[in-house]
Design a protein around this ligand. Sequence first.
Ligand code: FMN
Length: 328
Amino acid sequence: MKLNDLLEKNIVRLAPMAGVSNAPFRTICLDNGSGFVTTEEIDSISLVYNKSERTRLITAFSEYENPIAMQLLGCDSESLTESSKILQDLGASIIDINMGCPVPKITKKGKGAALMKDITQTAKLIKSIRNITKIPLTVKIRSGWDENNINAVEFSKMLESEGVDGITVHPRSRAQRYEGNSKWSIIKEVVDSIKIPVTGNGDVKSYDDAKRMIEFTKCKSVMIGRGAIGNPWVFNKSLEELSYEEKELFKKKTIINHLRQIKNYFPKKNLDIQIKKNLSYYAKGFYNSRELRQKIFRSSDPIENVIELFFKLFDRNVEKNKLEKISV
Ligand SMILES: Cc1cc2nc3c(=O)[nH]c(=O)nc-3n(C[C@H](O)[C@H](O)[C@H](O)COP(=O)(O)O)c2cc1C
């Protein structure tokens, strides 16, 4: 299938996030209307040479996740081409290459955003991946290495000329990491300078933000990252039509379903930590949320008791909000 057809489905979709965009969360976001999902980054060397339990887990996806983009993190042609083949054989619909990760332990090895530093070298790398990849190939980039080296436009032109099918732009530099605001004007500059579809990303917290980003930049679609954590219904347009009670009931059912997905996916040894982590994300907007999230996270009670506590707090929060609405 062509990338443009895959992008038509929905203007917003879940961003790849290590430790977050795993199969259970991707499933919940799809249930809520996200466009096609992307796996968290998969290290190309680990995938080719080290068939660990973790690699098996992060490359696993269900039939429901169709189409699926699978993201690779790497910097050498040998492991990136070999791992692209492996992912293609596993059933990936799109191969996405991470050229935006700002984490020093990654960039020190020449991976992630470090690939934006040397356009000529990265062009050779992309050529080798393009040669063996039959499915759509996309790349996720930042605005550049640092404020003195903003090269998203030049870099995107190179990617287009090497046959990449689409680009996602998170318009912060590697040096900015997640600080400051993302500069949507850079997404617009990229859109104006290439013909392949551009996905905009950065600081989108709602469907309306996504529409604003598209209007301003003319990008084809939008990825939401942090705005979806503990908030997978950000993709769900129909929620607006529900009453407060209906909305909260919907959220409760979604969380229960997410927990079910987590229990089916993670090995027993990771279960408790995954459940606590996600419940504390969902408790983000609760009254006294800081305290409650710590309570959930640090609890040494059996996990079923922690889940029970969470839903008690959930119900209490709904009641408090209702009372507040009445008194206004
Ligand atoms: C916890 C976390 C993990 C991330 N992991 C990845 C990753 O594996 N691959 C990637 O391309 N970007 C990753 N990102 C970056 C996001 O995909 C996204 O570009 C960034 O968060 C900006 O979008 P947002 O403002 O919607 O969050 C990660 C971000 C966060 C917060």
